[in-house]
Design a protein around this ligand. Structure first.
Ligand code: TLP
Length: 348
């Protein structure tokens, strides 16, 4: 890469193997169901998540929105974490495009809603009220430093959903980070949910795309919803080809990203002026803070990293930052990041 980019794992470029697979991919018109490479990716994604079928979509946001619009209709309600990606970072699509009413609940240190509170939030049958239809969950949980949530929580969510005839969708943008961190199969997590979106274009390194997986009849419906959102992508097999490489070759190596995040957190923890909670770093994200005593604004700190070493970092507001590791960040880049932060802070 031309810069050392810690802003997100969304910034990854395709690997050389992906580029080769993309160049050689057989393609067809996917709206007719005739793109063999997309069909192959969808089957592979379904197998990995233990679902009957998959649907290739342009992005994680499109996958989640397609799922919500396929599961729920206008005036129905989705119980959702108040700091989850679907609620906060998807431009309000479920409400603005689907008329689905979000019912946000607080989450704990790793992104779990309180199960008793989830159950208490289910609406009773009254014409005044929106009707509960969906529970939205996320794993790993982005706002909680990419925390991997163990499957027992989702088993509890499943029980509530079954008692009240609700559907559960998982935003599994980083599902495989969670699975690798927990040392379990992704399907051990997804067996508790009706549908899941996972992203190929984050830690798995593909340039574009996510896959929505679920039961065959749900995916049949979702295919129409995706079309209505403008997501019928025709000869997108050239993109799906990279996704197949991502699923076959890039899952196990996520452990390297997690090790690099550990290395980064430990390095930062040694620098006076930086605060980081080492014990909460479990996947590929490190959240850290710049102490008030340091006479730099967050913007100046980010700018100094860019000027000194072409290192790009994302701010979270309130003197907090997020560094994300990925395929293009190795031990050398992590060392350079730690050294450069040390230099900047020693100079103020
Ligand atoms: N997350 C992006 C930003 O939107 C914050 C990032 O840099 O982390 N679910 C989760 C948990 C995500 O983190 C993201 C992207 C999405 C869904 C949406 O995926 P895309 O960007 O493909 O629409």
């Amino acid at each position: 890469m031309d810069k050392i980019d810690f802003r997100s794992d969304t910034v990854t470029w395709p690997t050389p193997t992906m580029r080769e697979a993309m160049a050689n991919a057989p393609v067809g018109d996917d709206v007719y169901g005739e793109d063999p490479t997309i069909n192959q990716l969808e089957a592979l994604a379904a197998a990995k998540t233990g679902k009957e079928a998959g649907l290739f979509v342009a992005s994680g946001t499109m996958g989640n929105l397609t799922a919500v619009l396929s599961h729920a209709t206008r005036g129905e309600e989705a119980i959702v974490g108040q700091d989850s990606h679907t609620y906060l970072w998807e431009a309000g699509g479920m409400a603005s495009l689907g008329g689905v009413v979000p019912h946000p609940l607080p989450t704990d240190a790793i992104g779990r809603m309180d199960l008793a509170q989830v159950e208490a939030s289910v609406r009773y049958d009254d014409p005044h009220l929106p009707q509960s239809r969906l529970i939205l969950v996320e794993n790993s949980y982005g706002d909680k430093q990419g925390a991997p949530i163990p499957p027992d929580y989702f088993a509890g969510i499943r029980e509530i959903a079954d008692r009240h005839n609700l559907v559960v969708h998982m935003d599994g943008a980083r599902l495989f980070n969670a699975a690798v961190a927990l040392n379990i199969d992704a399907s051990e997590i997804t067996k508790h949910v009706d549908s899941v979106t996972f992203c190929l274009s984050k830690g798995l390194g593909a340039p574009v795309g996510s896959v929505l997986c679920g039961a065959a009849d749900f995916i049949h419906k979702a295919r129409r919803v995706r079309k209505s959102l403008g997501g019928g992508m025709r000869q997108a097999g050239i993109l799906a080809a990279a996704g197949i490489v991502a699923l076959n070759e890039m899952v196990e190596r996520l452990a390297d990203d997690h090790a690099h995040a550990q290395q980064l957190a430990q390095g930062l923890a040694r620098i006076p002026g930086i605060s980081v909670h080492l014990e909460t770093v479990k996947t590929n994200m490190v959240f850290f803070g710049l102490d008030e005593a340091v006479s730099l604004t967050p913007g100046e700190f980010i700018e100094a990293l860019r000027e000194k070493a072409n290192i790009w970092l994302g701010g979270l507001g309130e003197r907090r930052f997020r560094a994300v590791t990925h395929y293009w960040i190795g031990a050398r880049e992590v060392d350079l990041f730690v050294e450069t932060v040390g230099e900047i802070l020693r100079a103020v």
